[in-house]
Design a protein around this ligand. Structure first.
Ligand code: GLU
Length: 315
């Protein structure tokens, strides 16, 4: 796109951040916060900023939304640095890389085919005496871990047990939320890498792409923090580095819920991009009175304010 700037490819010590929107709609106040935070963090560290359109869940994607998001970002002065291939990455074109990662996990005995329907998973849970559900997803009781028992394969799942078969706990530190811990085996269970409808799951796609794009710093909304242990588990199994994580405060709708199309997350009114940036900056704890008469000079003033508010760790 004409608005993108081609930069030299990354140096080994180069910090690289990214904004990875799903084109299920246009940018709204909440997604602009994540875009701005990831841009500021990359710039404050003298790093590169990638944009990746996460259009793996094709039935939920809105035609044209990815292109429009790139235009919205450009209106706000947020221009992605391009990858070596000169393109913004679109996950719908990355199936081969995800297939190769899945194959490695299968070969390592960590991923397996699952033939269970949602109903069967619910029944197996009921038999175990618990009906555990996490964000609408049932915690998988591991039924097909040791074979399909004659059922046809539907989805592919990742094991979430430790090498000795005990529960796997993932500890990690978020730059804003501090030390975090999750018993992955119990809280999530063996999770899906490739769905029954043949689509790649977000968890696998995001891990493969973050690594291949050399992402060192993930800055994204707090609603995604809960996915981080799954992603760290995948990184470890695939021998990939774990980026640093910073999860930003959520912008809530008037009803106190996460912003969504259902509760009025109307697309941003970008006739006044400076006002939209100022509002996003305030959600990130930046001063309300940063100078600026347009996006470019406001952003320039916001970089040191971000660095003071969210200093990058020294390692
Ligand atoms: N595509 C995801 C979303 O829009 C974000 C992924 C990420 O930042 O890791 O919710």
């Amino acid at each position: 796109m004409a608005t993108e700037t081609a930069l030299p490819s990354a140096r080994p010590s180069q910090r690289i951040g990214r904004f990875a929107p799903s084109p299920t709609g246009l940018l709204h106040a909440g997604s602009l916060v994540a875009a701005l935070a990831s841009w500021l963090d990359a710039r404050a560290q003298g790093g590169l900023w990638r944009v990746r359109i996460e259009d793996v869940d094709t039935p939920r994607c809105v035609p044209g939304a990815g292109e429009e998001i790139l235009r919205q970002l450009a209106t706000c002065g947020l221009h992605p640095d391009l990858d070596g291939d000169g393109e913004v990455w679109w996950q719908s074109r990355r199936g081969e890389a995800y297939a190769a990662a899945l194959q490695r996990l299968v070969d390592a005995g960590q991923a397996y085919p699952c033939g269970c329907s949602r109903k069967e998973i619910a029944q197996a849970q009921a038999a175990l005496g618990h009906g555990h559900e996490r964000h609408g997803e049932l915690v998988y009781p591991g039924t097909c871990r040791h074979g399909l028992q004659g059922k046809p394969a539907r989805a592919w799942r990742l094991r979430t047990d430790a090498p000795d078969g005990s529960d796997l706990t993932i500890d990690w530190t978020d730059r804003r939320l501090g030390p975090q811990t999750q018993n992955l085996s119990q809280a999530v269970g063996d999770f899906v890498l490739k769905r029954a409808d043949g689509l790649w799951a977000y968890q696998l796609a995001v891990v493969v792409d973050d690594a291949e794009q050399g992402i060192t710093d993930v800055v994204r909304g707090e609603d995604l923090a809960d996915n981080t242990p799954r992603q760290i588990h995948l990184q470890r199994l695939l021998g990939l580095p774990t980026p640093r994580y910073l999860h930003t405060p959520l912008v809530l709708a008037a009803d106190g819920q996460k912003l969504s199309k259902q509760n009025g997350a109307t697309p941003l009114d970008l006739r006044d991009p400076l006002a939209a940036l100022r509002q996003a900056g305030q959600a990130l704890g930046l001063p309300a009175d940063l100078p600026g008469t347009g996006p470019a000079d406001w952003l320039a003033a916001a970089v040191p304010a971000w660095a003071a508010r969210w200093p990058a760790p020294s390692v």
